[in-house]
Design a protein around this ligand. Structure first.
Ligand code: EPU
Length: 417
């Protein structure tokens, strides 16, 4: 188990670069198996989930070369074998092999995906949609065997605009005869990133980024090239850090349109920033005001920034209320935040009150999930004294080189095994 140690209250200046988006990259790697031969993915973040996906692809006999942050993938000798449980349970995104391998081979065998424990996280929408396209799904304990002699395109309505199901059905639909239409699709930027890769491979995808996506199936794909978008959640996390500790801190790799909901909330709280091109400059802001936040699907306030935002709101005057509508169990970070001196109170299962401003004090804490870990790390950066975060593997799953990046802008932060 690794541990992050932070000496708090150091101001941060200089420039930090945002890496490629985790939640795009983890879909783009499985999508690459659809390319007929070769593909290139630029700007891949260096995080654990990517290492596991590469291991799975190597078992499928994809040849992968890594140069800088780019992956060069050759599928010419690819095979389809069951994906071992010890790899698929390491991360949620392993489920994208369901859609991709089903489209390419008409068969996939994989265990139930892993991921952070932040709620029940069923995959019923994915499974129901594969069945609607003509696949047969057998579930043996937690193992899924999905087969289809012929997938046939049709209109599928999602009860909820799930990010994972939208991408998975887009991937499966590439192998279906005719056109598949997804109604009430997710509109997150990650969907657009994956669609652009499929289009580059010669697959016709229309409407990605809107509620209705159309995919024309084809097995005749070309080599594909794609660049991973900058990570909007990593961007948001560094923006929050900048608002608390920045001294003309520059954050490079910002796509403003991906961050509107956060930026509006920051303005409400009293945070000032400047954006020029893809770079934001931000400094520590005083006299922050409480606000209310409701997490929603894109373009609403992202659930993945809810926990980092909670730490920011411990420094705002008044009572803030956060309503979490995406997951049932995403307030676990508040237990340790309170131990550090915050006053937060879970009023109902999905509603949190935060009373501020509060001075935080460093102590020993435990990361229970990725973004909850980020929330504690931000708390450690602003707290008086030393904070030790155990279980920090969770944080490393989603933030590329986080301790190196923070040290380069002046934080006193170390990671030890
Ligand atoms: N849901 C269902 N049935 C389904 C699919 C989803 O009930 O078949 C529910 C989930 O249980 C959850 C909600 O719908 O309550 C949202 O799930 P969604 O499918 O949209 O999320 P996901 O694809 O599992 C991705 C990201 C998450 C991010 C969400 C929402 C990846 C690998 N994960 O998850 O990222 O929170 O979209 O934006 O892309 C993170 O990065 O910390 C993280 C958890």
């Amino acid at each position: 188990m690794s541990k992050i140690t932070i000496e708090g209250q150091h101001l941060l200046s200089g420039e930090v670069n945002i890496s490629g988006a985790k939640n795009s990259a983890v879909a783009l790697l499985p999508a690459a198996v659809l390319s007929n031969k070769k593909s290139v993915i630029y700007n891949v973040p260096e995080i654990k989930d990517i290492d596991y996906l590469i291991k799975i692809m190597e078992l499928l006999n994809c040849k992968i070369e890594q140069k800088d942050n780019n992956l060069y993938i050759d599928n010419s000798e690819m095979i389809n074998i069951p994906i071992p449980e010890e790899l698929s349970v390491q991360m949620r995104a392993s489920y994208y092999f369901m859609g991709a391998l089903l489209a390419k081979y008409g068969k996939v065998e994989i265990s139930f995906p892993g991921g952070c424990n932040i709620g029940a996280r069923p995959i019923d929408i994915h499974i129901k949609s594969f069945e609607e396209l003509g696949a047969k799904v057998e579930i043996l304990k937690n193992r899924y065997i999905i087969t289809a002699d012929n997938l046939v395109g049709k209109t599928i309505y999602f009860d909820f605009p799930s990010v994972g199901a939208t991408i998975n059905v887009m991937l499966a639909a590439t192998g279906a005869k005719g056109t598949t239409i997804i109604e009430n699709a997710a509109m997150e930027p990650e969907i657009v990133n994956v669609a652009s890769f499929l289009i580059n491979m010669g697959i016709k995808v229309r409407g990605a980024g809107t509620k209705r996506i159309e995919i024309d199936g084809t097995k005749k794909t070309k080599n594909g090239v794609v660049e991973v978008f900058p990570d909007r959640i990593e961007s948001g996390t560094y923006i929050i850090i900048g608002a608390l500790l920045g001294e003309n801190l520059k954050i490079k790799g910002i796509i403003k349109e991906h961050l509107e909901a956060l930026l509006f909330k920051l303005e409400e709280i009293g945070i000032e920033y400047e954006i020029e091109g893809d770079t934001m400059t931000i400094s520590k802001c005083n006299n922050l005001k409480a606000t209310n936040i409701k997490t929603l699907v894109f373009p609403g306030f992202p659930t993945d920034l809810q926990q980092p935002m909670t730490t920011l709101l411990t420094q705002a005057k008044g009572i803030s209320v956060i309503e979490e509508t995406i997951y049932e169990n995403r307030f676990k970070n508040t237990y340790d935040l309170n131990r550090m001196g915050a006053i937060t109170n879970i009023v109902t299962l999905n509603k949190l009150e935060i009373k501020g401003p509060r001075k935080l004090k460093g102590t020993k804490v435990i990361a229970t999930d990725l973004r909850g870990g980020a929330s504690l790390l931000i708390a450690g950066l602003i707290a008086d004294g030393i904070t030790e975060i155990d279980n920090c593997e969770y944080i490393l799953r989603g933030y590329s080189h986080i301790t190196t990046k923070l040290r380069s802008i002046g934080a006193k932060i170390e990671i030890t095994e």
